[in-house]
Design a protein around this ligand. Sequence first.
Ligand SMILES: *Cc1c(COP(=O)(O)O)cnc(C)c1O
Length: 222
Amino acid sequence: MDIKKNIASLKQQLPAHCTLVAVSKTQPVDVIMEAYEAGHRIFGENKVQELVSKFEALPTDIQWHMIGHLQSNKVKYIASFIHLIHSVDSYKLLAEINKQAIKARRTIHCLLQIHIAKEESKFGFSEAEVLELLHQGALEKLSSIRITGLMGMATNTSDTDQVRDEFRTLKKFYDQLKSMPLPANMEMKELSMGMSGDYKLAVEEGSTLVRIGSAIFGERLK
Ligand SMILES: *Cc1c(COP(=O)(O)O)cnc(C)c1O
């Protein structure tokens, strides 16, 4: 794989308002350094232990994004350095991120993961659950987190109409929230959707953050 060429070609295709998160899960640090040396600074990982060891091994100007399911008891390991957590899927997790952010004396930026796929296994809030949290006023108390948008994963299917539909549903909910009065620590400016197989559709449907692994680094072995 020509990592440098892949990144350049993706960046050329993406509109200016859309940021590339290079998903480096399972890739060793020397491979990540190839992307770094090509000028890339934004990387996504899905496992806490792997994320921490790469953070420790790699240059400090990398922005690390957590994109995988996060257990509350592991937030403490990433709270001091994480740039954005895409995969927040419960109030309990939000509350724990807030607690660890206070300890780390920083504000941690989060996206709410919304369940949009037709598959059972994908994590995320339903739209109704998010609206209920807003209605209860449950989020404004968490003053050391900042919710900057939403994240979603489409169904893993070759049916592009279905994938487009799911992205469109997420964008519609994002726009709905954007038009509502939101707590001071919440704003809708990031919409994280699109992976190697579906980022073109996601961009057409309004993505501002694409999470791309195999189209940069090649197929993962594990
Ligand atoms: C692995 C992963 C990606 C990237 O997948 P590719 O198909 O390799 O681009 C994106 N988002 C999440 C949440 C992932 O776990």
